[in-house]
Design a protein around this ligand. Structure first.
Ligand code: M6R
Length: 605
């Protein structure tokens, strides 16, 4: 995820910026750049060390803005790295996604403005410069600009001819001002700030801050003065990288609502029932001819693929197979030009999934990558792509990737459905519910103390069984994978209907069962399965829809999630499962973020 550091003050600005960029490296990035007033910009692809080498040759100053970029619009390259400018007077660094960038860009280009990058961010300096050329002051031009931007943006902006101040803007992308002796810092999180000061002011959405070396004033987008209390950062540098959380895994689980917002941002048309996915729209004809879908992935991505199968079959009425990529590539699969192969991968580098893509291409299938890492191998080799925009995932356990994969797959299913027989009202219903999920997920996260208590209670179990039906079956697999991966507790996931066909023999008093039983179309059947295991003495931990007294009567422990429509329960249900695995691992004193024997990205077979 991109990082911002900007500084104005007495210290050597070059050191503050470069050290700050290094402190932001943990967020993941592909390129970096900085602008120092009076000295100009420099940019470099790759590690901050590359930028440092270039910076050695440039003069210092007392105001600068800098950025680490995690590509979203446009490949990793120097041209796409920030800071961006229009005609050289305004320089800006940006985190987030500007949804209406293409219409703004068209308009600006129509007026003769020349764009140097493929990014959504570049519209910002152009708009500010245009407003200034029409007579606005620097600050007023910023106010004018932020009012026309749609989407999420954290901005730090410098004006070549105003070296006594810079401007910070926050809308949906965090920014903090550090109040140091002799200077002020603007940053995307506290990590690069606390080496200078622990006194900070967190901006809120809709804030514009005008920052000089010894003061800052905060306004609304309508230029009304706003007051924000200062705070003292209560944690150290390492913890700051984890957003104040003990582990990356918890930080990443807590990012779930934002991950959902980013997955759907700009992808729902104004009418509320059309899905806008550039990678699919540009292949409209080819996708209309598809008669079968095969989804390939590994581990958690494969389980998201099973959710995708259910989504696409029910919303688009196309036959779908979800396949473990390592099986698909070796089992002589039937893939034809009328097959759509969807490759699901957080890293975009998983060897088996990449080979499945290559096999599908050899056989003439159309390939679509749903990938989080921009510019990764799968992103490059597939015929079309959709990025998750989940930001980097540091912990080995896939958490936010799974959440965003289920959301993107819902969008894909709706898009394919719109090409076939799926009515506008059903599409609208799903999209409205999808848009409501982030807030519902926040409610689940606010209740994480309960999951922690239950996980502690079962942390010494030798084995656990996870059961679910329909959309909850892949979630049962995923819950079991998460638990074994981070807590080393043996766990199995099963379709609840399979209990009597074997696994029921395992169930006893010392064998807790995690039952996934939201109020969906198979709820009553799952309830019967819960009765079955309880009758064998097992403790049932039930994940249920809010207010479900019936399931609570059978279960020993109940975790509630808000109501949603059946096909969207997976995103919500994943969160308590992730939290349960996390807290069980913490209770066992394990290295949660780096489980033994595992790597984040499996680039070999
Ligand atoms: O990067 P990918 O999504 O392709 O990775 C696939 C799996 O290796 C990954 O999901 C793995 O199962 C996770 N560690 C599970 O939490």
């Amino acid at each position: 995820m991109c990082g911002i550091i900007a500084y104005i003050g007495k210290d050597r600005v070059k050191d503050v910026l470069l050290d700050g960029l290094e402190a932001l490296e943990y967020r993941g990035y592909d390129s970096a750049g900085l602008y120092i007033a009076g000295a100009g910009p420099i940019k470099a692809v790759g590690p901050v060390a590359n930028l440092r080498k270039k910076a050695a040759l440039m003069p210092d100053g007392n105001l600068g803005i800098a950025h680490t970029r995690w590509a979203t619009h446009g490949k990793p390259s120097e041209a796409n790295a920030h800071p961006h400018t229009g005609r050289g007077s305004i320089w800006a660094v940006h985190n987030g996604i500007i949804e209406n960038h293409s219409e703004l860009r068209q308009k600006l280009m129509g007026e003769g403005r020349v764009f140097a990058s493929e990014t959504d961010s570049e519209v910002v300096p152009h708009l500010i410069e245009r407003a200034m050329e029409r007579g606005a002051s620097f600050e007023d031009a910023v106010f004018e600009t932020v009012r026309v931007l749609k989407g999420a943006f954290g901005l730090a902006i410098a004006h070549r001819d105003a070296p006594d101040r810079m401007v910070a803007v926050r809308m949906g992308s965090p920014l903090v001002i550090g109040v140091a002796r002799g200077g002020r810092i603007i940053a995307s999180d506290a990590a690069p700030v606390i080496r200078h000061t622990r006194d900070v002011v967190y901006l809120k959405d809709g804030d514009v801050a005008i920052v000089s070396a010894d003061s800052h004033r905060i306004f609304s987008f309508l230029k009304e003065a706003v007051s924000r209390e200062g705070e003292t950062v209560p944690f150290g540098a390492e913890e700051a990288k984890r957003g104040g959380y003990e582990h990356f895994m918890l930080k990443e689980i807590m990012e779930g609502p934002e991950v959902l917002r980013n997955a759907i941002r700009g992808r729902i048309a104004k009418d509320g029932w059309r899905v806008k996915l550039g990678g699919l729209e540009s292949n409209d004809e080819r996708l209309r001819s598809i008669e079968r879908v095969v989804i390939a992935g590994c581990g958690t991505s494969y389980y998201a693929g099973v959710v995708g199968k259910y989504l696409i079959e029910s919303l688009a009425d196309i036959p779908v197979e979800a396949d473990i990529a390592s099986e698909l590539r070796y089992r002589e699969p039937i893939l034809t030009p009328k097959t759509l192969l969807i490759a699901l991968s957080q890293s975009g580098e998983t060897a088996d999934t990449l080979e499945a893509v290559r096999e599908a291409k050899r056989k003439g299938a159309f390939t679509l990558g749903i990938v989080n890492v921009v510019g990764s191998s799968i992103a490059r080799e597939t015929d079309a792509g959709i990025y998750n925009h989940a930001g980097p995932e540091v912990s080995v356990a896939s958490t936010k990737a799974f959440i965003s994969q289920t959301a993107v797959l819902a969008l894909v299913a709706l898009f394919l459905g719109s090409q076939r027989n799926l009515g506008a009202s059903r599409r609208k219903e799903v999209l409205e519910e999808l848009s409501a999920l982030p807030e519902k997920m926040e409610r689940i996260l606010a209740n994480r103390g309960l999951v922690e208590r239950i996980a502690k209670r079962y942390a010494e179990s030798g084995s656990m069984l996870y059961i679910g039906r329909k959309y909850m079956m892949p979630l049962a697999y995923e819950g079991a994978l998460k638990l074994k991966e981070v807590s080393y507790i043996h766990a199995e996931g099963y379709g609840a209907g399979e209990l009597k066909h074997g696994p029921l023999a395992l169930v006893s008093e010392s064998f807790p069962v995690f039952a996934l039983a939201p109020r969906d179309s198979v709820y009553e059947k799952t309830l019967s399965n819960m009765e079955e295991v309880r009758a064998r003495g097992a403790d049932v931990i039930a994940l249920v829809t809010e207010g479900d007294a019936e399931a609570s009567r059978i279960a020993k422990e109940t975790i509630e999630i808000p109501e949603t429509i059946e096909c969207l329960y997976p995103a919500l249900a994943a969160v308590p499962l992730q939290l349960f695995a996390y807290y069980a691992a913490v209770a066992r004193g394990l290295n949660v973020d780096r489980p033994r024997n595992l790597a984040k990205s499996v680039t070999v077979e």
